[in-house]
Ligand binder design. Structure first.
Ligand SMILES: [Zn+2]
Length: 119
């Protein structure tokens, strides 16, 4: 039905039409990430980031999985990935975020860098 299509498309544009949610989706394009990583990368409070993640997850744009203490989020919608590619261009390379305590960033930092960060 056309009406349902309009409805789901307008929901998609609503979710993608928010600067913070757009940045979250762009970060997740580079691979899965936990809340603490997104929080560090965005420089925003965790409850706020979690709230945006919940909206995106409930709408099926992203999905999550638990690993130990961390919950990792990833893109779960092909259409979103294609739209992001059209609007934002190619995926940027993932960079570890200074000060981020997530396992992925910790693994990327050299021992020297860590010493600096702890100081
Ligand atoms: Zn991180």
């Amino acid at each position: 039905m056309r009406d349902e299509l309009y409805e789901s498309a307008s929901q998609l544009f609503f979710l993608m039409g928010h600067p913070v949610r757009l940045r979250i989706l762009d970060l997740l394009r580079r691979g899965e990430a936990c809340v603490c990583h997104l929080q560090a990368a965005l420089g925003l409070p965790q409850p706020y980031v979690s709230q945006q993640l919940r909206l995106l997850r409930e709408a099926g744009l992203i999905s999550s999985r638990r690993e130990g203490l961390f919950i990792y989020y990833r893109l779960a919608n092909q259409q979103v990935e294609e739209l992001l590619g059209k609007v934002l261009g190619p995926v940027e390379e993932t960079q570890p975020v200074p000060g981020c305590a997530c396992p992925k960033c910790q693994r990327s930092f050299s021992a020297d860098f860590l010493k600096e960060a702890v100081r």
